[in-house]
Design a protein around this ligand. Structure first.
Ligand SMILES: Cc1cc2nc3c(=O)[nH]c(=O)nc-3n(C[C@H](O)[C@H](O)[C@H](O)COP(=O)(O)OP(=O)(O)OC[C@H]3O[C@@H](n4cnc5c(N)ncnc54)[C@H](O)[C@@H]3O)c2cc1C
Length: 478
């Protein structure tokens, strides 16, 4: 595990900061000592950092107090939700100068308006809790990702999270109506309306979506809700190649109308990794084919979703696209199929440090892109294992590389990243389809910025946060 160390000669100053924070905010809010470590570690456990303290406010007013206290002491603020981000955005990098502000105690649903299909929710709510609570009212919040049992709504907004349902419902940006944000000077942006249509000038909330904690701390969110789907059908299909998977996707887009809610691609190694990540997992089939697709249709009312899925799967076999497959016949079976997809992440984490990418290319070039990168890595790093999977229906692939046993791990990760990025640039793709830039991808992001793009980013940031209090070191260096 790499450690980000503080400077020894600052230890006294740190103690003074802690004392001042406790005097101002109270010991109830300020976490110090060994309890700080868990907030300063990334999800994979690759990096262990440190901070002056962790602040755990219980209300928007207390978040304002925390920010004002940090400003007065000359400290920087690193906002944090569930700390499941994969690019070190919520992991401090200046331990003697930064406090983490965790939203974990702000978890209330302030109001829910079933007739307006909306709710106003505090930003620290765990995504899964939000989904479960609105489901009790027959409503649905469609954001769905592997980390939903730990990530928090404010973190989802700050990263503009994607997930498995984007192809039907869009990214987090499309699921919001309003935001409340504590700004870097401690003042409050009150933008929590629940209107579907509101064209009063520039839509300022958009600035904070995807800002990764650099422009303020999101304290509450107005979310759009939908009627809960009454029928969900899930199938796992084995295919001959990623190219066939993309063909199947195009067919599904047309034949399943707008009722397809997920289309996830997995390579055969997914089964092995899922089993390593979740040893109790019961696999529904052997990993005998080059490619697998996990597909979900959902809807309500008069459409028969199960029948639609059966007819589509029959079609996939007739066309020679599907070579094997199962359709879940119960919710438990469907959940089990999804666990393969989710267990893959755990399995990869257990194999140690590896390259994780979060790439997007035009949908039409996805198969070509993946095969070009994998071929290059196969030639230059024959010992390494490529694990390409993900939300291919959005043109988004996690082209991960597990280093081989020969050679330095960090060097192999760097080499694989350079190969992937070189091909990506030729495809006009994005180095971050959904995870954001954080601290991990800052250099790769910076190298690809045009002068105008950089100037605009710097202008926005320095207009809202001239003292650079918020998440300095994240996204770009100023
Ligand atoms: C197993 C696994 C699967 C994942 N799958 C997906 C996926 O499918 N799609 C996807 O998009 N991501 C995925 N992720 C990444 C991660 O879960 C998302 O980026 C998520 O939105 C982060 O939320 P969080 O609460 O954990 O944020 P954190 O990790 O705590 O923070 C992320 C960033 O947001 C900032 N931030 C957090 N809270 C606030 C706030 N209240 N106000 C302002 N800034 C804030 C932080 O400073 C940081 O820069 C996955 C992660 C894991 C571990």
């Amino acid at each position: 595990m790499d450690a980000i160390k503080g400077h020894e000669d600052k230890s006294e100053t740190r103690a003074e900061f802690v004392q001042a924070l406790e005097a101002r905010l109270g010991c109830e809010i300020v976490v110090t000592g060994t309890d700080v470590a868990v907030y300063c570690r990334d999800w994979h456990g690759d990096i262990q950092s440190d901070a002056v303290a962790v602040l755990r406010p219980r209300s928007t007013a207390e978040v304002q107090d925390c920010v004002r206290a940090a400003i007065d002491l000359g400290l920087q603020v690193v906002p944090q939700g569930g700390n499941t981000g994969l690019v070190l955005g919520a992991v401090p990098d200046a331990p003697d100068r930064q406090v983490v502000v965790s939203l974990e105690r702000m978890t209330k649903i302030r109001s829910l308006d079933a007739d307006n299909f909306s709710a106003v929710v505090e930003a620290g709510i765990v995504l899964e809790d939000l989904k479960e609570k609105v489901a009790q009212e027959g409503l649905y919040f469609p954001l769905a990702l592997g980390a939903q049992g730990s990530c928090r709504l404010g973190g989802n907004v700050a990263t503009n999270a994607g997930g498995v349902n984007v192809l039907r419902y869009g990214m987090t940006r499309e699921l919001l109506l309003g935001l409340e944000v504590v700004l870097p000077d401690g003042s409050l942006f009150e933008g929590l309306n629940c209107l579907r249509k509101d064209n009063r000038g520039i839509d300022l909330k958009q600035l904070f979506i995807g800002s990764e904690g650099t422009l303020g701390i999101i304290t509450a969110v107005s979310v759009k809700l939908l009627p809960a789907p009454e029928q969900v059908a899930t199938a796992l299909l084995a295919l001959g190649s990623l190219e066939d998977a993309m063909t199947l996707y195009r067919r599904a887009r047309r034949q399943c109308c707008d009722l397809m809610s997920a289309f996830e691609f997995m390579p055969p190694i997914a089964f092995e990794l899922a089993k390593e990540g979740m040893p109790d997992l019961v696999l529904p089939m052997q990993a005998e084919y080059p490619a697998y697709v996990l597909m979900e249709l959902s809807g309500s009312g008069l459409v028969d979703i199960d029948d639609l899925m059966v007819r589509f799967v029959e079609f996939a076999f007739e066309e020679g696209l599907a070579l094997d497959g199962v359709i879940a016949t119960s919710q438990a079976q469907a959940r089990n199929l999804w666990l393969i997809r989710e267990g893959m992440n755990e399995g990869q984490a257990k194999r140690g440090k590896h390259l994780r990418t979060d790439i997007s290319v035009p949908l039409s070039r996805m198969a070509e892109f993946v095969s070009e990168v994998e071929a290059k890595i196969g030639t230059e790093m024959p010992d390494a294992i490529c694990v390409s999977y993900g939300h291919v229906g959005d043109g988004n692939v996690h082209l991960n590389v597990l280093p081989g046993s020969r050679g330095d791990v960090d060097e192999q990760i760097y080499c694989a990243k350079q190969i992937a990025n070189e091909v990506l640039d030729r495809y006009n793709g994005s180095i971050s389809a959904e995870h954001g830039i954080g601290r991990l991808k800052k250099d790769d992001f910076s190298q690809r910025l045009t002068d105008v793009h950089r100037r605009l980013l710097e202008s926005v940031r320095s207009a809202i946060d001239p003292a650079l209090t918020m998440n300095r070191g994240c996204q770009i260096d100023l």
